[in-house]
Write a protein that binds this ligand. Sequence first.
Ligand code: AHM
Ligand code: MG
Length: 283
Amino acid sequence: MKTLAPIFEAIERSAHRIREAITNEDLCYGESCNATGDMQLKLDIQSDLIIAEEFSKITAIKAIASEEKKEAETLHPEGRYMIAYDPLDGSSLIDVDLSVGTIYGIYDGEFQAKNMLAAVYVVHGPRLEMVTAYKGGVRHYIFRHGRFQEQETLHLKEKGKLNGPGGTQQYWPPHHKKLIDGLFAEGYRLRYSGGMVPDLHQILIKGGGLFSYPGTADKPEGKLRKLFEVFPFAFVYETAGGEAIDDKGRRLLDLGCDDPHETTPCFLGSKYEIAKVKEAYGV
Ligand code: AHM
Ligand code: MG
């Protein structure tokens, strides 16, 4: 495979099938059966199966790892690319009809951040949108009149206006609270839905700000998973001219990953806000 085009096409097909599932399927969180007696699957599991099926048709894909699978799965041993994905991030927001999304990290070889070739996310909101970070550019597509239409390339400004602070405030360390309060005192506006895809998409589209999910007393290593959530968005934000670090000031994309479900505290934003994070954390 000379380009990633067939992979992007499989992602587009999956986006349509997942959107159809979101729109038409009964929300079911249990073992219940539908009228025909078929087992109804949770939407996130259904989304996972859709993506796995689409990727299994592409021989260049060696293996996949998904938030819904305990271990990575080999598809084509002779393949070159490995793809990690979160099939339906924020699925708990579906019952309140907020935006959700799918996140993909595409690796040339093993699942290590240094091997990431491209990152893609799909937003299932009022519109169907897709953002790809590949070959140094962040491209934004909106699905209109039957196809994904390319918009202007996305860039983060030096400094933004939005603040998306994740995690339970009760368990934030004091220096983190100081950081978040400090940004609000500077005039930043709160933008946090609890869906990583729409929250980071909003900051990116509006030109900048900070999304944070710190290590907390109840979750010292944060909540968000390196492979399915953090690395792909770190790749998108860096490609757009922003920065993405952990609570020790290390580039997220320099971190190792020993287990597909490993998590890390994470801070993604424009340069000004990341400098504020470093100051607050003393790193
Ligand atoms: P999920 O994979 O179970 O949907 O959880 C991931 C989501 C992210 O989309 C979001 O950023 C985060 O969890 C919100 O967590 P919190 O409610 O603790 O801030
Ligand atoms: Mg998720």
